[in-house]
Design a protein around this ligand. Structure first.
Ligand code: NAD
Ligand code: MG
Length: 385
């Protein structure tokens, strides 16, 4: 028996996935790769598999199956394809931790399947908790499964809570960079294009989350993610804009004390902590120097200009399937924005309309979430066209 943790990475070819492999590569005594999956970047998936020798891979797009099979089968690597395989591969006996580094609603079912099989989750895929936070967290509790946050803000909160689990949280303070359009007004935002929105000042991430950061929807999704991860009420979550992204988030306790977790913006840190908790591993990542940042600044988020943050708080307050509606509408408008089919401000309008118009369900089942997602996507596309 080895002491290495066996990791399945869902979405290994993305921004989080590739950084996770960097972390694993530099700690071969701690981790081994059991499963890799990707949607369509088959060349990178093959290259990663040759290097890390997983037991199995899944290529989402079935058209690419043969290409992966022809190279990997002779190496003794099992190759599967399609959505259903993703949901079954996470249940393999040999997996200890599933890192959900895939983007969007597609993470929901595989995450549930992994929890049902008792796998711990390193959660990057925040959309899963936005869509069905109540269902996912209660299932994890029932199965004795831990959900370790990878999102930098939530990792920061988790790190502040270590040693404090018996102390009630008064509130959390989520920091937001403000994105590339911080300080801009609606007049300016009317005409911004994807090329401008895709330039994030502090983080290099996948396209969807980069647009979400520009529109503040990312912070909205993170508010909901925090609610479920840390079992908070809506009024216990504050958002503060902190353009330097050095303080990754904070926890305020009942004695007024605030703990913050800091460092340079580098996703490898929270990825590694989620995989190595409760240990901290040695790493040669660049160190933060206070003299390089003589001023750390803070400001109020502008949720009149960036309506998505207000919409997310609204969805959280409404509960039921409202956040599932918010998420599905957002996925549709972000894809449309990336194809120049909707304006930047038009995105919030469609999301707001979907929240008003899609059938509200107070206590949704998994089937209800699936049908809400479908219904919302149809409605959002209708509103865009
Ligand atoms: P990305 O677009 O760079 O990568 C997404 C990965 O998911 C790819 O490997 C892709 O093949 C796979 N994928 C895409 N669609 C899929 C589908 N329908 N089914 C299965 N697999 C699919 O995205 P990313 O920036 O790495 O983000 C991944 C997740 O992590 C998102 O939920 C994001 O919100 C979250 N996150 C990312 C960062 C970051 O720095 N990139 C930070 C915090 C949280
Ligand atoms: Mg984040």
């Amino acid at each position: 028996m080895s002491n290495k943790k066996s990791i399945a990475i869902l979405g290994s070819t993305g921004s989080i996935g590739t950084q996770a492999l960097e972390v694993i590569k530099s700690h071969p005594d701690n981790f081994q790769v059991e499963v890799l999956t990707a949607q369509s970047n088959v060349d990178l998936l093959i290259q990663q598999s040759i290097e890390f020798r997983p037991n199995a891979v899944v290529i989402g797009n079935e058209v690419l199956y043969d290409k992966a099979f022809n190279v990997l089968d002779p190496l003794g690597i099992k190759v599967y394809s399609g959505e259903k395989s993703l949901a079954s591969v996470v249940q393999m006996d040999t997996i200890d931790v599933v890192l959900t580094a895939l983007v969007g609603y597609a993470g929901l079912v595989p995450t549930i399947k992994a929890i049902e099989a008792g796998k711990h989750i390193a959660l990057a895929n925040k959309e899963t908790l936005v869509v069905a936070g109540e269902l996912v967290t209660s299932l994890a509790q029932e199965k004795g499964v831990n959900i370790y946050p990878v999102d930098s803000e939530h990792s920061a909160i988790f790190q502040c809570l270590v040693g404090e689990f018996h102390n009630p949280i008064e509130k959390i303070i989520l920091t937001a960079s403000g994105g590339p359009f911080r300080g801009r007004n609606r007049k300016f935002l009317e005409s911004v294009k994807k090329e401008q929105a895709l330039k994030h000042p502090n983080w290099d991430m996948g396209a969807k989350i980069t647009i979400d950061s520009a529109s503040l929807m990312n912070k909205g999704l993170e508010v909901i993610e925090a609610k479920w991860l840390f079992n908070l009420r809506e009024d216990q979550v504050d958002v503060v804009v902190h353009p330097q992204s050095i303080i990754h988030s904070m926890v305020q306790f009942e004695d007024s004390s605030i703990k913050a977790q800091m460092g340079l913006p580098d996703m490898r840190v929270p990825i590694m902590y989620a995989l190595s908790y409760p240990d901290r591993l040695k790493a040669d990542f660049p160190r933060f120097n206070f003299m390089d940042y003589p001023q750390l600044t803070f400001e109020q988020p502008d949720s009149d200009t960036f309506r998505n943050l207000a919409l997310a708080f609204h969805a959280l307050g409404r509960a039921g399937n409202a956040a599932c509606i918010l998420n599905a509408a957002n996925e549709v408008v972000v894809s449309a924005f990336l194809e120049d089919k909707i304006s930047f401000l038009g995105m919030s309008e469609v999301i707001g309309n979907c929240l008003d118009k899609v059938h509200f369900i107070k206590t949704p089942s998994l089937e209800d979430y699936i049908s809400t997602d479908k219904e919302t996507r149809i409605k959002a596309l209708e509103l865009i066209n």
